[in-house]
Design a protein around this ligand. Structure first.
Ligand code: ARG
Length: 461
């Protein structure tokens, strides 16, 4: 009985430890944890709270731990609860009592708040670079395809002709907004929580401005309770990541459609597509499908985090430990998607002839034919009816409006003259749309100029 009881207690304790620990995932924060501690101890010494010798020993010890973790000579062992306890334990093991002074005027609550902020800030910069790389590829396609005609769609029905440059420009705008969102979040979150203690600050004469400056923040946070319990920036970041994923997913969907046998607008590079184990003719757009598919887990992280935070009282509660795995996963997922997607579109080729033929076969110039009649005095409603009859005629004969003879045009309306061909040519249809934001060349050239400038913008502005 006694034996069993003792054994039970031990197992229970182990289960509690396993449930409570975060080292298995927050080890990802080791660089930021050490960076924060070095800044903290340098402030402690400056304020005379620890001696210079202790500061030197602590800083040296922390640098040693960092180096050994990077080289792999120091490994994480799971008896420690989290990254903060792990680093502190190793430090004390290495330098003795001085190591125990590091945590003066600090709590794991402000420490973890700092680590997460430092981590998210670095990741925002990396994601920004990846979005920018994608935008560069999009811009390249835009610059090369000002005259590549293709059907523009509404309801996935061919609507009016556009150019590939114009279509790509839509994605450039989306990803540009994504970058501005990242930039906004970065600016809003860039205040240092260190010095907030467990929740009510500390009795030591800390210089919070100093640590904040050392760590590249715009200033210290202003309420210690908010500082240790704020995860708004994580939620904002997950929201921005969700939007990036949504944009990537829509783009992926188009690549998948364009790659289908029915469309054949694009040819995926072999490196970015896969074959089927049974059907030899297949070239599957797996990468695009996976990018589309992974959107679900990024949205999941956002909803998860919103739900975790919604009912917890001030200030720190352990619930917040749940922020890590899902944030890490969402960030890694989006970074992977961005890198792969960029490689995929950079190596993808466009079948310009197929695109143009598709625009031509889809009566995308029907509106322009109606406009022609209107410009010759026919009321718009009548013009709409006349062109509708022409379209019906062409469908029966299996041809495009441009392929009709002038007699055939005139049989439906005598208003048509020889200049109708020029007027409904793909080139004219696009070139006439020159208001800013439209596909016509002068409008697109102006926009491309602006896009080039936007790519020079720095995320940290
Ligand atoms: N592992 C914890 C987290 O991720 C660190 C903070 C622990 N604080 C505490 N009072 N138990 O949130």
């Amino acid at each position: 009985m006694k034996l069993w009881g003792g054994r039970f207690t031990k197992e229970e304790n182990q289960l509690v430890h396993n449930f409570n620990e975060s080292l298995s995932f927050d080890r990802k924060l080791y660089r930021h944890d050490i960076e924060g501690s070095i800044a903290h101890v340098s402030m402690l010494a400056r304020q005379g709270i620890v001696s210079e010798e202790d500061q030197e020993a602590i800083t040296g010890g922390l640098r040693g731990i960092l180096g050994d973790l990077e080289s792999g000579s120091l490994v994480f062992t799971n008896e420690h609860e989290d990254i903060h306890s792990f680093v502190e334990a190793k430090l004390t093991e290495r330098i003795g009592d001085a190591g125990k002074r590091l945590h003066t005027g600090r709590s794991r609550n402000d420490q973890v708040a700092l680590d997460m902020k430092l981590y998210c800030r670095d990741e925002i910069d990396e994601i920004d670079t990846l979005v920018m790389a994608l935008m560069k590829e999009i811009l390249k396609i835009m610059e090369e395809n000002l005259d590549t005609y293709m059907p523009g769609f509404t309801h996935l029905q061919k609507a009016q002709p556009v150019t590939l440059a114009h279509h790509m420009g839509a994605y450039f705008e989306m990803f540009y907004r994504d970058r501005t969102r990242l930039r906004d979040i970065r600016a809003r979150m860039n205040y240092c929580p260190l010095g907030s203690g467990a929740l009510a600050g500390t009795t030591y004469p800390l210089d919070r401005d100093y640590t904040s400056g050392l760590l590249g923040f715009d200033g210290p946070t202003l309420n210690s309770m908010d500082s240790v319990s704020d995860r708004d920036y994580v939620i904002e970041l997950l929201s921005a990541l969700s939007l990036i994923s949504m944009h990537l997913s829509r783009f992926s969907e188009e690549v998948i459609i364009w790659n289908s046998n029915e469309y054949r607008f694009v040819e995926l590079d072999d490196a970015y597509s896969t074959g089927s184990s049974i059907m030899p003719q297949k070239k599957n757009p797996d990468i695009a499908e996976l990018v589309r598919g992974k959107t679900g887990r990024v949205y999941g992280a956002l909803v998860s985090m919103l739900t975790t935070m919604k009912g917890i009282p001030l200030a720190y509660d352990k619930d917040m430990q749940e922020d890590k795995e899902l944030t890490f996963d969402a960030i890694d997922t989006v970074k992977g998607c961005l890198a792969l997607f960029t490689g995929m579109i950079a190596s993808m080729s466009f079948r310009k002839d197929v695109m143009e033929a598709s625009a031509k076969n889809g009566f995308t110039n029907a509106t322009d034919a109606a406009d022609y009649l209107v410009n010759h005095g026919v009321p718009f409603r009548d013009a709409h009816g006349i062109v509708g009859r022409l379209v019906l005629y062409c469908i029966e004969k299996d041809m495009a409006l441009d392929d009709m003879t002038l007699e055939e045009f005139k049989a439906v309306s005598p208003v048509f003259e020889d200049d109708i061909y020029e007027c409904i040519s793909m080139k004219t249809c696009v070139e006439k749309r020159v208001t800013l934001g439209g596909p016509g060349r002068p409008a697109m050239e102006r926009v491309i100029e602006i896009c080039r400038e936007r790519l020079k913008e720095d995320s940290a502005l």
